[in-house]
Design a protein around this ligand. Structure first.
Ligand code: FES
Length: 373
């Protein structure tokens, strides 16, 4: 038949030994499956953000993409029922003389069902108005039986002072939100960790979108408050931080700086110590996201190694006018810096990548390409 272009991709005995794998045909990567005595071949590249379908799993006759679980028929390339318009190229396949042959000229068209963009993916444009401060309380709490939290308490003081400086404020308490832990999409591949977060795009019930909305779109300044737990920030702080990998990763994979002209300050309250260690970790992390810090970017309190009487610590924080004032002054430093940054609007939208996280230097790229040639 005219216009056929059969390419040998391997021995049928070997290729029928696994239900799904990647194969190469010329310079194209294909996802080759074998089920019920029949081979199927589709493009290896998922319609979503390019996941490798050949590394996925078979669910019936559908290939489950290993990155975010979109499904495509292993022989026709059509999306799962209801999403047939979302199709990846499919190829004719036959076995001759024990060899599997794929007709590269038979590729069907890749088609995409329009997917409404996630609201978080909209262009980041600061809405006019006064400086906006988002407070993020990370103290874990039984919401039904709330207790006094020193870090929440000081954060409330900080936020309550914002109006006096002409700023709006909003508080987000992580313990009120239901959100999933980061499931390591970055560990599958850098491009699998998307902005907006893969989980946020897949799971409407996940409430981390409120944090993203505040950090990336709404706020000009954030104040993150944490207790100290065994010398580190709280478990909820780390649960949030892990989910913020997608914000940093947008720089890594697309050179897209989501956080511009934004300020971060911190409130750290511990029963014992390691305030400077906790502050160092938080400063390092938020610096990687693109936040800028005011002079003296955190206020903190602890009673030291020899003080196990936590009830006195609670009393002290609750009653201290000095700590409350310190929290309010932190808010003021954040607001003042945010106002200056907004007025100057000098933060870059992209950055020079040399020496930045996950950037491959040209010399390394040249070496790799030479080795592959
Ligand atoms: S589901 Fe395939 S790349 Fe996202």
């Amino acid at each position: 038949m005219a216009n056929e272009n059969w390419i040998d991709v391997g021995a049928a005995t070997e290729l029928s030994a696994t239900p799904l794998r990647r194969v190469k045909a010329g310079d194209r990567e294909l996802a080759l499956s074998f089920k019920d005595g029949r081979f199927g071949v589709v493009s290896n590249t998922c319609n979503h953000v390019g996941g490798p379908l050949g590394d996925g799993t078979l669910a019936g006759d559908y290939i489950n993409c290993p990155w975010h679980n979109w499904k495509f028929h292993r022989c026709t390339g059509l999306g799962e029922p209801g999403f047939e318009e979302d199709a990846v190229p499919a190829f004719a396949v036959k076995v001759e003389n024990g060899r599997v042959l794929v007709d590269m000229a038979s590729a069907t068209k890749r088609t995409r069902k329009p997917h409404a963009p996630h609201p978080l993916s909209r262009k980041i444009e600061r809405a006019a108005g006064p400086v906006r401060v988002a407070g993020i309380a990370t103290s874990p709490m039984d919401e039904a039986n709330p207790r006094f939290s020193g870090s929440d308490h000081l954060l409330r003081h900080a936020l309550a002072s914002c109006a006096a400086h002409g700023a709006e404020s909003r508080m987000i308490r992580l313990s009120e939100l239901k959100f999933r832990a980061c499931e390591g999409y970055y560990s599958k591949a850098a491009h699998a960790c998307t902005w907006p977060c893969s989980i946020t795009q897949m799971d409407e019930s996940d409430q981390m979108d409120r944090v993203y909305e505040a950090l990336v779109h709404w706020a000009d300044a954030i104040i993150v408050a944490t207790p100290i737990r065994w010398g580190a920030a709280s478990s909820l702080y780390f649960k949030m931080a892990e989910r913020l990998n997608c914000v940093q990763n947008a720089i890594t994979i697309r050179d897209q700086v989501l956080i511009r002209n934004k300020v971060a300050g911190f409130i750290i309250v511990g029963g014992q110590d390691n305030i400077q260690g906790v502050a160092g970790q938080m400063l390092g992390f938020f610096a990687e996201l693109g936040f800028i810090f005011p002079q003296f970017p955190y206020v903190a309190h602890s009673r030291g190694w020899s003080s196990e009487d936590m009830e006195r610590n609670v009393e002290l924080v609750r009653a201290s006018a000095e700590l409350a004032e310190g929290a309010a002054m932190l808010a003021r430093r954040c607001i003042d810096l945010a106002a200056r940054l907004i007025a100057q609007d000098e933060a870059p939208t992209t950055i020079e990548r040399g020496g930045r996280k996950a950037h491959t230097l040209e010399m390394e790229k040249d070496k790799r390409m030479a080795a592959e040639a």
